[in-house]
Design a binder for this molecule. Structure first.
Ligand code: KE4
Length: 435
């Protein structure tokens, strides 16, 4: 067991002042048990904790750190911007620069509004869709996560017509009525919901590749089917690319699949690690947003100069170095290939889903195509695996229902280290480590 005394002390104190000792639930290790590790610094592919342990990072701050930690392109841009103060509350040139980059990179975005988090982006995109169409209901998919605004904290009710029910106290029943749930990948379910709610649906929102029930890549035909049905029914198609944006390609999943949504929500990578989100799409829709149009949305720190400096540096680098996406894909394929070899040697057959630099190892031998499949994974075994990897210096996501993100700083040597840790962890939790 590596020494985590300082993390334990800090967590003990944190729980007196912060709910659960954290500022975002998944960080508390509830799904895997044990004490969350307090990270002190990070550089390249490594996290360094308060007790001097180092870890190869496969979370990368839940996606943003695609270039690894403290990449000089981003740190230098922030260091320069800080000299000019932190926030003006006025228009400034970097807002124009980042908007120009986003519209150049994301195929469907003609105009964009900068906000401060993915949640703010999706919440605003839904309000815009409702304002633009004059309709109230939305369709989301079980297992997809779009941030914590009320409209999304709704799970499929037991009712056959998938009437939503709040998945958190504090979400009013009235809100739940307007959120309908379908299962991921099931176009027929969407068609049935639309038929039962004719001319009442403003938008369908989806993670075009799921990352929040683990990695699930839907058939392209499913996404194309959503595009077609939205065109037929006057429904706006919203791709929530907070995770996949700038991650799967410069233009995200919509570039990879060649399917254009009406609105796109963005986050994570867009801020280079700083608090930034955005929503954007066709001009005629985005011009409904205040002050150009009647749909109100605002934010004191939206377009903050320091965050824009980080985001501009990150996006400009990705725009100018498209070859990194092939590098990320090759690194991820290398890791997945070695994991498969490990499982063959250990006579295990767990499911790995991956695309680009996103992957998940599900502790189930079934294929994982939707949330119900993902829920069949053995979460206890996952928890043991998580800690076995942590002990070997690999920081895995502390939940079976998360995805791993590979950064450009993971070299073939690091991939070998991760694969070796994976072998030992699988062997240990199955107690079949050869002598
Ligand atoms: P934020 O408000 O956390 O910036 O973004 C919400 C969000 C929206 N849409 C998608 C597809 C997302 O993945 C997220 C946030 N993702 C989680 C990871 N599962 C963030 C980690 C956390 O909640 O601490």
């Amino acid at each position: 067991m590596h020494n985590i005394v300082k993390s334990r002390q800090l967590f003990e104190k944190a729980q007196h002042y912060l709910p659960g000792g954290v500022n975002s639930p998944v960080r508390a290790f509830k799904a895997v048990g044990g004490t969350p590790i307090f990270i002190k610094a990070a550089k390249g592919p490594y996290l360094y904790d308060e007790d001097g342990n180092s870890y190869l990072d496969l979370i990368n701050a839940w996606g943003p750190m695609i270039l690894g930690h403290a990449h000089e392109v981003v740190t230098e841009a922030v260091a320069k911007a800080i000299k000019d103060s932190f926030s003006f509350g006025t228009p400034h040139r970097k807002e124009v620069e980042i908007a120009t980059l986003i519209t150049a990179m994301v195929p469907s975005i003609e105009k964009v509004r900068m906000v401060n988090a993915g949640t703010e982006a999706t919440m605003s995109a839904i309000r815009l869709a409702r304002g633009y169409t004059g309709k109230d209901k939305i369709i989301k998919f079980e297992g997809c996560y779009h941030g914590h605004s009320d409209a999304f904290l709704i799970e499929a009710g037991s009712g056959a017509i998938t009437m939503g029910v709040p998945s958190s106290p504090g979400v009013p029943g009235g809100t739940a009525r307007d959120t309908l749930n379908a299962s991921y990948g099931n176009l027929q379910a969407v068609e049935e919901i639309i038929a039962k709610n004719k001319d009442q649906i403003a938008a369908i929102i989806i993670e075009p590749v799921s990352g929040n029930m683990g990695c699930i890549v839907p058939p392209r035909a499913f996404l194309q089917g959503l595009r077609t049905i939205c065109d037929q029914e006057g429904i706006l198609l919203i791709f929530d690319e907070v995770m996949t944006g700038f991650r799967l390609a410069r233009g995200g999943a919509q570039e990879l699949f060649g399917i254009l949504p009406d609105l796109t929500t963005l986050g994570k990578i867009i801020g280079g690690g700083m608090p930034v989100g955005a929503y954007g799409g066709k001009k005629e829709i985005m011009d409904f947003v205040s002050p150009a149009g009647p749909v109100f949305q605002a934010g004191t720190l939206s377009g903050n100069p320091i965050a824009m400096a980080a985001g501009c540096a990150m996006l400009r680098y990705l725009y100018e170095h498209p070859a990194i996406y092939r590098l990320l894909e090759d690194t991820t394929q290398n890791i997945v290939n070695q994991f498969q070899i490990n499982m063959e040697q250990l006579e295990l057959n767990y499911t790995i889903n991956h695309i680009g630099s996103m992957f998940s190892l599900f502790f189930t031998e079934n294929e994982v195509k939707d949330f119900k499949d993902a829920q069949k994974a053995d979460k206890v075994l996952f928890g043991k695996y998580f800690h076995a990897m942590l002990q070997q210096g690999v920081y895995w996501a502390p939940s079976q229902f998360e995805v791993l993100f590979v950064s450009t700083e993971i070299t073939p040597q690091h991939a070998d280290q991760i694969a070796e840790a994976n072998y030992k962890a699988l062997a240990a939790i199955h107690e079949c480590l050869e002598d």
